[in-house]
Design a protein around this ligand. Structure first.
Ligand code: GLU
Length: 466
């Protein structure tokens, strides 16, 4: 049987890093097994779901480089992939559960249920539904239906309602029947509950492995009971543990950015994000921390996913992002840097400073010296010697001409080593620190030829002279 997995976002905001990690694990698992990766939008919570959010979530997934085989924008054998458009499917399943006696109509109002819950609580009983409507006679039901009384559809937990699953990450997990009361499948407004629609869809879409967040583990009890009632095969479950902040509380905005798009805006590369998020739970067989998606696809397995919570470490993410930036060529980085900072000489600038930055947003600052120049105090005769050479020979434009330039300056000034390079750097950049001169001086010359905001090496030295 071929692997079919789904990522099922609720479109109620941006894609959270936790959701992104769940999506990545599903995607890696599908690709590893030559399976199918599906996006199913769980938008039945009408008050909170928006189409804008769906668009953003899909954009964030695309930015990460995840490609899905079936989804709201990718027709497949089980179109539509938006739950709000699948109500017919749920209706048909609900009918079957009602007909087979696994579910019943519940006419209790919200106020009545609330009062019952409070009473149970006061008496120290579990707040389970008291089965009032389960016990209605056919006559009583007909009477209520004839008077158009609104009803919900409730699932009856059977006597043999204990459930044990073999979770692919957490191992055996068991729930006792007593821990559940009869629960709602379809609300009185006709909308299915999460536990119901998820089962109907996972079955219909032939999902073989449900890889999702640990917060859904307890829902699995109800879901397995619905599978059983329908006589359907139960998929394999894999519940991925929580992501914690450095203080070991659940990752939240207090710990920094939590949405994928915020990381994009902050200058992280999607490759680094995917690599980092994969490491939040999964470890490579050889322990490597830096890997391509080809590698993780080739080696991914759920039994190497840790059942303990993962701690989000911003420093490690920064480090990884830096590794990616340093290993990419300037040509590769160019289109990535452009949304943050642009200049006609950008590619040469990137080449010059890329090993000193860890985020795409930092290129602007690292290259500020190209357009912004404040002359420093430099020995006047030294500056005149530089200016004279630049006028006579033109500015260095590559390594060869730079070396020749330095040799001539040594002769002209009698200075060498630090006594030569420090005032040279100061005269050209106004600062004691910066990238290597051998590539910086050619960049300044080239940039001044294409960008009116850039002073050439000669213009800079002339400003130092005053
Ligand atoms: N829509 C659910 C969520 O966003 C996912 C449910 C599932 O994967 O079963 O948490």
């Amino acid at each position: 049987m071929s692997v079919r997995v789904r990522f099922a976002p609720s479109p109620t905001g941006h894609l959270h890093v936790g959701g992104a990690r769940t999506a990545i694990f599903n995607w890696l698992f599908a690709r590893r097994h030559g399976g199918t990766f599906i996006i199913r939008v769980e938008d039945t919570d009408q008050a909170r779901s928006t189409r804008e959010s769906e668009t953003m979530v899909l954009e964030d997934l695309r930015w990460l480089g995840l490609q899905w085989d079936e989804g709201p924008d990718e027709p497949g054998p089980h179109t539509p992939y938006r739950q709000s458009e699948r109500t017919d499917h749920y209706g048909a399943v609900a009918q079957q559960l009602l007909a087979s006696g696994h579910a019943y109509r519940c006419f209790c109002s919200e106020e009545m249920l609330e009062a019952k819950r409070k009473q149970a609580e006061a008496e120290g009983r579990p707040p389970h539904y008291d089965l009032t409507c389960f016990r209605l006679s056919p006559q009583e039901i007909s009477a209520k239906l004839n008077s158009w009384a609104p009803f919900a559809l409730r699932f009856h937990v059977p006597d043999d309602g204990d459930v044990t699953i073999d979770d692919l990450i957490r191992g055996e997990v068991t729930w006792k029947k007593e821990s559940l009361g009869d629960f709602i499948l379809v609300r009185s407004d006709g909308l299915p509950t999460y536990n119901f629609s998820v089962v109907a869809d996972d079955h219909e879409m032939e999902i073989t492995h449900v890889i999702r967040a640990e917060e859904h583990l307890t829902n699995t009890h109800r879901q397995v009971l619905i599978y059983r009632a329908m006589g359907w095969d139960v998929p394999q479950f894999a519940h991925v543990s929580l992501i914690l902040g450095p203080d070991r509380s659940k990752l939240s905005k207090r710990h920094g950015a939590t949405s994928v798009s915020q990381y994009a805006d902050d200058g992280f590369l999607p490759e680094a994000m995917v690599n980092y998020l994969t490491l939040l739970g999964w470890s490579a067989p050889d322990g490597r921390e830096l890997f391509t998606t080809e590698y993780s696809i080739g080696h991914f397995s759920l039994d190497r996913v840790n059942s303990a919570p993962a701690v989000f470490d911003h420093q490690k993410l920064d480090w990884l992002n830096g590794q990616y930036i340093h290993s990419m060529t300037a040509a590769e980085l160019l289109p990535r840097v452009r949304p943050f900072f642009d200049a006609p000489w950008l590619e040469e600038g990137i080449e010059l400073v890329k090993t000193s930055v860890t985020r795409l947003t930092e290129f602007h600052e690292a290259l500020r010296f190209v357009r912004e120049f404040t002359p420093a105090e430099v020995d006047r005769s030294f500056c005149e010697a530089i200016a004279a050479d630049l006028r006579a020979n033109g500015a260095p434009v590559d390594e060869g001409s730079y070396k020749a330039f330095v040799e001539r300056l040594k002769t002209a000034t009698g200075a060498k080593g630090k006594a030569l390079f420090m005032p040279l750097r100061l005269a050209l950049t106004g600062s004691e620190h910066g990238p290597e001169l051998v590539r910086m001086i050619p960049l300044l010359q080239h940039a001044s030829e294409s960008d009116p905001m850039v002073l050439s090496p000669l213009q800079r030295v002339e400003r130092c002279i005053g």
